[in-house]
Write a protein that binds this ligand. Sequence first.
Ligand code: GAF
Length: 384
Amino acid sequence: MGAQQVADRFAELYGAPPEGVWAAPGRVNLIGEHTDYNDGFVMPFALPHQAVAAVSRRTDGVLRLHSADVEGGITELRLDGLAPGGDHDWTAYPAGVVWALREAGHEVTGADVHLASTVPTGAGLSSSAALEVVIALALNDLYDLGLKGWRLARLCQRAENVYVGAPTGIMDQTASACCEAGHALFLDTRDLSQRQIPFDLAAEGLRLLVVDTQVKHAHSGGEYGKRRAGCEKGAALLGVDALRDIPYDGLDAALARLGDEADVVPLVRHVVTENERVERTVALLRAGDPRAIGPVLTEGHASLRDDFRISCPELDLVVDTALAGGALGARMTGGGFGGSAIVLAEAADVDTLTKSVEEAFAAAGFTAPRVFEAVPSAGARRLV
Ligand code: GAF
């Protein structure tokens, strides 16, 4: 999606060129799933797929929104009428960001926006965070708000949690705002400290495939919230602020203390072991051994499937088929209940693995998956 194309369309829609054009990517989470709302570790990287926004300021308290990806014309909203709750369509993401900025005291007096995104929606690849971050960055630059990195991500998360009503953590918005090309982002979601970890698989003869199962998911639905509530119950029963506070070598003792809290035990086990898997992955990558992260990814999938119980038959089929075909590791990525899986493989095996996953889906009677290679790409930035 070219910046010029988006700017040209903006000019057609609104009668004048935009003040600027910005981009914010979707993400793949390499490892660290459902740890972000437990103050834990995550390790996403940015996709080349991105939301692009052409934006100009307005001074009359009006927000006009248009998307190249959705049927329909321009949506016009009054800023003083923006309020959380109610039924929302795609406009809730940009409108929620404007609401969150104003709620935080930032003076935003209106905007004209034209958006176009290449991030697949409902695929666990953070299409909504990309929309939020691209708008936040554009308004930050145009209104000179002085927001950057995780501060920008926090506001976007607030838009998602309160305005849209999805009780998500902060990983996706931080990934979109802060990732760098050729790197994965090691993020501590407790203090939001970050480290860029070099992650150039191509140089090692490796590839990371994304398999979008085409099973759509949504986090404003109840299951995500139930997992989050279960984790918070676990932390309360254990007398800690968040499950992050349970060290890996204290897991057995913590599980013993939980006794017969059967609904909470597997959730706690997942979060504590997943944090350890993120730390192990970072250590292996820093030691220059990317092939060795394969089994760690696969362990992560088993934990999400068996303990956190958020996989689905399509995701499990990707993982099982890829591993049987010689992949180094595979797991679901993102919030779960559908969406995408990732497969770490030798470059030479990519075609065969892709074919075997496609054949397995056809044999199971599932909708054909969409398979593409993920290259760690740039985070949000101004294009024009
Ligand atoms: C979704 C959420 F938006 C993230 O905050 C995170 O919890 C993820 O699911 C699971 O790791 O993408």
